[in-house]
Design a protein around this ligand. Structure first.
Ligand SMILES: [Fe+2]
Ligand SMILES: [Fe+2]
Length: 153
């Protein structure tokens, strides 16, 4: 794949990570539980780390850092059957969690397809790792959704 194209892909991924960060910062303001706020803060930080990783690689392609071992993540598939709805301005926390978990799934699938297209390259390995981490986010959001429903009802 031409270098310019890889750069464009990496830059698009930076945008995705920025939007994920914004989503979690916004969600933080919608929930009163401190534990939930802390949880969202952690997710926001992880998206920032993803962004920084991507930016570092745009700067220096050889900088694809130690990616660590692959781990397998369980996809709880809790939100998969729920209807896709755009995020309304006045969406409550529960709706945001569903939206965010679905968005993590879409991001996972997108990164996974990039990883396959770039198989056996450093960039491909990077996207494979990022895809896994987005699936972890989905899993954590689905658990949060479950916990929140229990607490509220
Ligand atoms: Fe991310
Ligand atoms: Fe994520």
């Amino acid at each position: 794949m031409p270098d310019q194209k890889i750069k464009a892909i990496l830059e698009a991924a930076v945008k995705i990570e920025e939007q994920s960060y914004e989503l979690y910062k916004m969600a933080q303001k919608k929930v009163d539980y401190l534990s939930s706020q802390k949880f969202l803060g952690e997710l926001a930080q992880e998206e920032i780390k993803h962004k920084e990783k991507l930016l570092a690689i745009i700067e220096n392609r050889r900088k694809i850092a130690e990616l660590g071992e692959s781990i397998s993540i369980q996809d709880l598939k809790l939100v998969d059957i729920m209807k896709d709805v755009p995020l309304a301005k006045d969406a409550d926390y529960q709706k945001i969690l569903i939206y965010a978990a679905k968005r993590e799934k879409i991001t996972h699938d997108y990164y996974q397809s990039l990883a396959l297209g770039l198989e056996n390259t450093d960039t491909g390995n990077l996207f494979s790792k990022l895809a896994q981490e987005e699936l972890i986010h989905k899993n954590r959001l689905e658990r949060e959704y479950d916990d929140y429903i229990l607490k509220e009802n």
